[in-house]
Design a protein around this ligand. Structure first.
Ligand code: 13P
Length: 259
C-alpha cells in the first residue's frame, strides 16, 4: 500500500476551517483501504481530527514536530508521550521549514527522533538539499550528514521502521517538483547511505517518500516507480478535493506498492 502523508503545516488558521476540511476528507477517504493516509495538522487540531475520523478508522494521525523530553519545565514544547497518549502514531521531524526558521540542528532532530521512537511514535525524517547545494554537486554529502547524525544511536530494528522523506528544499512550495528520474537517483543515494550506516536489509526495508510541489495535476507522472513508497503533500493537502484526487491517482497506479 502506498503511504500518503498530508502535512498541513500552519494551516488552516481557524478551527472552523480545519473542521470543514476534516469532515470533507472523512467523507472521501474515511474508508480507504488501498493506501495508508496520514494527516498531520497543527497540534491544536489533532483532537478534532481524531474525533472526526475516529481512532479505529483507516486514517492515521501525525504531528509536525515533537520535543525530545517526555515532560518537564520546557515552556511551549509538546511531549512525544502526550502525542502518543491522544492517539497520534506518526511525527514529522527535521522538516526544512523547522531547520531553516527555527535553527533545528541534526543533533536536535536526532534527540527528537529517539524520544519519538521511545514512546512508539513512527518518525518521518525529512532530508534534502538546497538549490545551491545541488548546483555545487553536494546533494549526496548533505543527505549523508542529515542521515548519519539524524539516526545516530538508532538501532537497525528501529531504523527500518522509520519513514524517510526526500524533500529537496528548492522543490517545496515552488510549484516545480523534482523530476522522477532525479528523485530516484536521490532515493537510491538514501538507500546506499542507510546500507552503509546499517546493512543492506535495512536499506531495502526502510520506506522512502517524496515531498515537494506534488499536486493533483502532476501526481500521475510520479506514481509509477516502485523505489518510492509514497508522498508527503503540503499545499495540495489543504484542498480536500485536490488531496483526494492525488490519493485516487496514486491508488490507481500503485496497487503493488507495499507499506
Ligand atoms: P508542498 O507540497 O507545498 O511543496 O510542501 C511539501 C512539504 O514540505 C511537505 O512536507
Amino acid at each position: 500500500m502506498p503511504l500518503i502523508i498530508a502535512n498541513l503545516k500552519c494551516n488552516p488558521s481557524t478551527l472552523r476551517e480545519a473542521r470543514r476540511l476534516f469532515i470533507s476528507l472523512k467523507k472521501g477517504l474515511g474508508n480507504i483501504r488501498k493506501a495508508q493516509v496520514v494527516v498531520c495538522p497543527p497540534f491544536l487540531y489533532i483532537p478534532e481530527l481524531i474525533k472526526i475520523f475516529g481512532r479505529a478508522g483507516k486514517i492515521k494521525f501525525g504531528a509536525q514536530d515533537c520535543f525530545w523530553e517526555k515532560e518537564g519545565a520546557f515552556t511551549g514544547e509538546v511531549s512525544p508521550l502526550s502525542l502518543k497518549s491522544i492517539g497520534v502514531s506518526f511525527v514529522i521531524l527535521g522538516h526544512s521549514e523547522r531547520r531553516i526558521n527555527f535553527a533545528e540542528s541534526d543533533e536536535m532532530i536526532n534527540k527528537k527522533l529517539k524520544a519519538a521512537l521511545s514512546v512508539g511514535l513512527l518518525p518521518i525524517l525529512c532530508v534534502g538539499e538546497t538549490k545551491k547545494e545541488r548546483r555545487e554537486g553536494r546533494t549526496f554529502q548533505v543527505l549523508k550528514k542529515e542521515l548519519r547524525v539524524g539516526l545516530k544511536g538508532v538501532s537497525a530494528k528501529n531504523a527500518s521502521k522509520i519513514i524517510l522523506a526526500y524533500e529537496p528544499i528548492w522543490a517545496i512550495g515552488s510549484g516545480k517538483p523534482c523530476e522522477l528520474n532525479e528523485i530516484i537517483v536521490e532515493v537510491l543515494s538514501i538507500r546506499k547511505i542507510i546500507a552503509a550506516l546499517y546493512r543492506k536489509k535495512v536499506a531495502r526495508e526502510v520506506k522512502v517518500v517524496y515531498g515537494g510541489s506534488i499536486d493533483a495535476e502532476n501526481i500521475s507522472k510520479y506514481s509509477t516507480d516502485s523505489n518510492l513508497q509514497g508522498f508527503l503533500i503540503g499545499g495540495a493537502s489543504l484542498n480536500s478535493r485536490e488531496f483526494m484526487k492525488i490519493v485516487g491517482t496514486i491508488v490507481k497506479k500503485n496497487s503493488d506498492f507495499n507499506f
